[in-house]
Write a protein that binds this ligand. Structure first.
Ligand code: PLP
Length: 382
């Protein structure tokens, strides 16, 4: 969430430089009019900074999910297992491929419960898509092991966790495919934008062909004489987005460090009181979240309302839970053509309704989060 808070002179300078260079906004061609290929540079910068084997910039996180599903061959009649606590985008991408979403419920991480997977896998399952919601990685070891036993590819939706790690590796690179979002509300932003990361070079190539009308971009041919590898689509990123994305990616580590400082200041007050009356979100032991959201739950309605009321009056507000539940819980998505009210989904809805998610903002001082932790602790103790 915080990337947009740090949009300033560096982003302005990058946009001005793009104009001064020749103002080419397209990622391909116009060789005589340009000095650089910024979309390609952003991909290289992601690979370098996150030790990724490959990275493909696309127009959005939603497009990234669709490109990844297409690259793994998801088609009509297939099923894709994803989770109830989600953003509607993932379901849209699945349905756009002609496949049917199958919904797993959450465990205490609020992400995909690996224990439910075996019961949801059928001969039609073409992909398992865990989602690292609000910066916390899903239990990827367990999910990957089950997927591997059934020979099903795993696509990590890391749109809300750019910069988070699992087992020492950046999320997005832990499954067979991963996707990031660079939309305006994410850890870092290019305005709109997304990335696809694939484990194998073959998959990376297919994703690249699909996102650009099937173009192979053969180096010895002009674009007008290029060959098509497959029927594709246009999910390309513009140079305008890429120059901003490059600047923001350069700020990612600092953004993660600064959010962690604030998160820990808040946690200092809350750590001792989170137990029975209010309980913490589970964070997988071998993971490092992005720390841009602090979540705890309580079954005590009066306490939860008092916490939300305090967050509202003190100017922090909440982040998606509970204020945007309808866009982040599959039970509400009756405008889709599948059974949204399955028992695991309904159980997850109940769990999510117990949660309060606190945004960790860079524009708010560390000391204010420390005080917030003490104030909320007092409410919980009372
Ligand atoms: C934001 C988001 C997306 C979609 O990303 P866009 O860039 O907005 O299209 C997908 N999944 C999750 C979990 C998200 O939060």
């Amino acid at each position: 969430m915080p990337g947009f808070e740090w949009i300033g002179e560096d982003e302005r300078a990058a946009l001005n430089a793009l104009m001064d260079e020749g103002g080419v906004f397209f990622a391909h061609g116009f060789d005589g009019k340009r000095k650089a290929y910024h979309v390609r540079e952003l991909e290289a910068q992601f690979c370098d900074q996150m030790s990724l084997g490959n990275a493909l910039c696309v127009s959005s996180g939603t497009a990234a999910i669709k490109v990844a599903l297409k690259a793994m061959g998801v088609k009509a009649g297939d099923e894709v297992i994803t989770q109830c606590f989600n953003f509607v985008a993932g379901l849209e991408a699945i349905v756009d491929c002609g496949a049917t979403p199958v919904i797993a419920g959450s465990d205490a991480t609020l992400n995909m419960d690996p224990a439910q997977l075996e019961g949801l896998i059928t001969e039609k399952t073409a992909c398992i898509m865990p989602v690292h919601m609000l910066g916390v990685p899903a239990k990827m070891d367990e999910i990957n092991a089950i997927a591997k036993a059934h020979n099903i590819p795993v696509l990590e939706d890391a749109c809300e966790a750019v910069g988070a790690k699992y087992g020492g590796q950046f999320v997005g690179a832990v499954g067979d495919f991963g996707v990031f979002s660079l939309d305006y509300g994410k850890m870092i932003t290019s305005g709109e934008g997304g990335l696809v990361i694939a484990k194998t070079q073959d998959d990376a190539n297919t994703a690249r062909y699909y996102h650009d009308h099937g173009h192979m971009n053969l180096p010895d041919r002009p674009r007008g004489r290029d060959k098509a590898a497959m029927p594709g689509y246009n999910c390309r990123m513009s140079e305008l987005n890429a120059v901003v994305g490059k600047v923001q990616l350069g700020k990612l580590q600092r953004i993660c460090d600064e959010t962690k400082q604030r998160y820990m200041a808040l946690h200092k007050g809350l750590a001792d009181v989170l137990g029975e009356r209010a309980y913490p979100r589970e964070i997988p032991a071998n993971s490092e979240p992005t720390y841009d959201t602090y979540i705890f739950g309580t079954q005590d309605d009066a306490l939860r309302l008092a916490v939300i009321d305090h967050l509202t009056t003190a100017g922090f507000g909440t982040k998606n839970l509970p204020d945007a539940m309808e866009w982040h819980c599959s039970v509400y998505w009756e405008h889709f053509d599948f059974d949204v009210k399955t028992p695991p989904a309904l159980a997850t809805q109940t769990l999510l309704l117990e949660q309060v998610a606190i945004p960790v903002m860079l524009g708010i001082e560390v000391s204010a989060y420390e005080k917030l932790g003490q104030d909320l602790a007092a409410l919980i103790r009372a």
